[in-house]
Write a protein that binds this ligand. Structure first.
Ligand code: ADP
Ligand code: MN
Ligand code: MN
Ligand code: MN
Ligand code: MN
Length: 335
C-alpha cells in the first residue's frame, strides 16, 4: 500500500505570493522526503536554471483525502541547498530561535472574502446589497453567504490538526474570518498558510473562490485585515511589558519599516475609516479600534495579557509579520 502526500509551497508571485501544490505517492512506511519542481512556472526561476527544491518542514493529516494521506508544508531551496529568495520562513527561523526564551505567542485573525465570478458572494448581479450593518456575526439567508463553505473549512482545519480559536462572519456580505493560535511564531505562520490552502481547496468544491484582497470592494465597505495578537511571557504577567511593546512598535523608523512589509496595497485599507488607523500615523490605545495597536479592555483591567497589531493586511505574509513583531518587541523587552 501507499499514501498520497500533497506537497504545498509558497511561490514567487509579486507583490503577493500564492500557494502551489502537487501530489507525490509515497510507499507505506516511508516519510515524505525532499522533492523538486519547475521554478520557471512559479516566478521563482528562469527556464534555463529552473529546478528548485522542496524541503518538507511540517506534516498534517489531509482532511480532503482522509485516510493516511497527508499535507506536507515545504520550504523552497535552491539546488545548492540555500533558502530561495522567496523563502521568508528561513528568515523567521533564526529570529524565533533567538527570542524563544521570551516565549512569544501569536493569534492571527485571517479575514477573507468569497467571490463567485467577479462579484463578492452575496452581491447582486448588478448594483449593491444593503449597506453594512447587519452582516457582522449575522444569521439568516439575507445576511449570510457561504456558511456551508465556512463550516466545511473549519472542520477541515480541525481534522488537519490546526489550532483554530474561532470563526465569524464579517461586516461585508461574503466576508469572513478565522483565527489561528495562540501559537509560537513558526507554528502560527505554518498553520496559517495551511489554513489558507484549505480555504481555497474547500471553496473550490463549491465553485467559489476566496481572496485575501485587502480592499475587495471599492467604496463604503470594510477592507480585510490580519489582526496580529501578540504576547510574551513578560506581557502575560505584567502591564509594563504591554506598554513597552506598544512603545517599541512606535519608536524610530519602526512604524514605516513594519507598514512596508504588512501586505501589498496597505495604504488603500488603512485610511483612518472603517475601523483602521491611517497607515502613516502610529498610535496605540485601550479598546481603540481606530488605533494601530489595540490593548484589549480586559488586558487593561487584568494589567496583563496581549496586544493586537491591527495593521497587517489580509494578504500579509505571516512569516514576515511575526518576524518583525518579535524582532521589534522582544529586542526592546530584552533591555
Ligand atoms: P477581536 O476581538 O479582535 O475580533 P478575536 O477573538 O478575533 O479578537 O481574536 C483574538 C485572538 O487573540 C485569537 O486568535 C486568540 O487566540 C489570540 N490570543 C488570545 N490570547 C493571546 C495571547 N496571550 N497572546 C497572543 N494571542 C492571544
Ligand atoms: Mn512536467
Ligand atoms: Mn476577530
Ligand atoms: Mn475581524
Ligand atoms: Mn481583531
Amino acid at each position: 500500500m501507499s499514501y498520497k502526500a500533497e506537497y504545498i509551497w509558497i511561490d514567487g508571485t509579486e507583490p503577493t505570493a500564492r500557494l502551489r501544490s502537487k501530489t507525490k505517492i509515497i510507499s507505506d512506511g516511508a516519510e515524505p522526503d525532499t522533492w523538486g519542481f519547475d521554478g520557471s512556472s512559479t516566478n521563482q526561476a528562469t527556464g534555463h536554471f529552473s529546478d528548485l527544491v522542496l524541503r518538507p518542514v511540517a506534516t498534517y493529516p489531509d482532511p480532503i483525502r482522509g485516510g493516511s494521506n497527508v499535507l506536507v508544508l515545504c520550504e523552497v531551496l535552491t539546488v545548492d541547498d540555500r533558502p530561495h529568495g522567496s523563502n521568508t520562513r528561513a528568515l523567521l527561523r533564526p529570529v524565533a530561535e533567538q527570542f524563544a526564551g521570551q516565549e512569544p505567542l501569536f493569534g492571527i485573525e485571517q479575514e477573507y472574502t468569497f467571490f463567485r465570478g467577479s462579484r463578492p458572494l452575496g452581491f447582486p448581479e448588478a448594483g449593491y446589497p444593503a449597506p453594512q450593518g447587519g452582516y457582522y456575526c449575522g444569521v439568516g439567508a439575507d445576511e449570510i453567504f457561504g456558511r456551508e463553505i465556512v463550516e466545511k473549512h473549519l472542520d477541515n482545519c480541525l481534522a488537519g490538526g490546526l489550532t483554530i480559536s474561532g470563526i465569524n462572519a464579517e461586516v461585508m456580505p461574503g466576508q469572513w474570518e478565522f483565527q489561528v493560535g495562540p501559537l509560537n511564531p513558526l507554528d502560527v505562520a505554518d498553520q496559517l498558510w495551511i489554513a489558507r490552502w484549505l480555504l481555497y481547496r474547500t471553496a473550490e468544491d463549491f465553485g467559489v473562490s476566496a481572496t485575501l484582497d485587502p480592499k475587495p470592494a471599492k467604496g463604503d465597505w470594510n477592507g480585510a485585515g490580519a489582526h496580529t495578537n501578540f504576547s510574551t511571557r513578560a506581557m502575560r504577567s505584567g502591564y509594563d511589558a504591554i506598554i513597552e511593546a506598544c512603545e517599541a512598535l512606535g519608536r524610530d523608523d519602526k512604524p514605516r519599516e513594519h507598514i512596508k512589509q504588512y501586505g501589498a496595497g496597505i495604504e488603500a485599507r488603512l485610511t483612518g475609516a472603517h475601523e483602521t488607523a491611517p497607515w502613516n500615523e502610529y498610535s496605540y490605545g485601550v479598546s481603540d479600534r481606530g488605533a494601530s495597536v489595540r490593548i484589549p479592555w480586559q488586558v487593561e483591567v487584568d494589567k496583563k495579557g496581549y496586544i493586537e497589531d491591527r495593521r497587517p493586511n489580509a494578504n500579509a505574509d505571516p512569516y514576515v509579520v511575526t518576524r518583525l513583531v518579535v524582532d521589534t518587541c522582544c529586542t526592546a523587552l530584552d533591555k
